[in-house]
Design a protein around this ligand. Structure first.
Ligand code: IMP
Ligand code: MG
Length: 179
């Protein structure tokens, strides 16, 4: 896939993403050896990473998905859940699989929601961490990349619904973002 016109550079190649995902899979395998692990992800951004990460974990895992709709700017991470979990996660070891953590507000909200279902533990595994704009203090146990403060697309991340299918992650030009 050629670089979209809104982008200025590839930040993480498909090969780098695969390497990072394999490393995270190995870390999860070590951390949860002997356990039944429940991987939870958030549609749609987390889809690609979830699919690849699950195959890099050498344990019995289950996969489940949440879908959320932000209430809009100023909602400080409050989201409307449009698809709840299918599985009962009470007493389970849960890993929330995220594409990207930016302000952390969405994640903070989702973590509280998940904790309300009574899991034995919840850890966060994100492919990309953008700590520059963090508002909610969140403990990210597993991370692939620490990204600069740029808007990113590809490998699940979208710009107005487009470019989720890029096999790499690219930076969007500042002028496209109105910066
Ligand atoms: P938060 O700011 O950590 O609450 O991030 C909320 C959501 O914004 C993420 O789950 C992504 O869906 C989206 N998001 C944050 N940064 C980016 C980005 O650089 N590109 C595309 N989506 C992003
Ligand atoms: Mg997301």
């Amino acid at each position: 896939m050629p670089l979209p016109p809104e982008c200025d550079a590839v930040l993480y190649s498909a090969e780098q993403i695969a390497e990072a995902t394999d490393a995270l899979g190995a870390q999860l395998t070590r951390a949860y050896t002997g356990e039944q692990l429940r991987l939870l992800s958030v549609l749609k951004g987390g889809l690609m990473f979830m699919a690849d990460l699950a195959r890099a974990v050498q344990l019995d895992v289950t996969m489940d998905f949440l879908a959320v709709q932000p209430y809009g700017p100023g909602a400080r991470g409050a989201v409307r859940v449009t698809k709840d979990l299918d599985d009962d996660i009470a007493d389970s070891r849960v890993v929330l699989v995220e594409d990207i953590v930016d302000t952390g507000l969405t994640l903070n909200y989702l973590l509280n929601l998940i904790k309300g279902h009574g899991p034995r533990s919840v850890d966060v595994c994100t492919l990309i961490d953008k700590p520059a704009r963090r508002i909610a203090q969140i403990d990210v146990a597993f991370r692939g990349f620490e990204a600069p403060d740029r808007f990113l697309v590809g490998y699940g991340l979208d710009l107005g619904g487009k470019y989720r299918n890029l096999p790499y992650v690219a930076t969007v030009r500042d002028e496209v973002m109105g910066l």
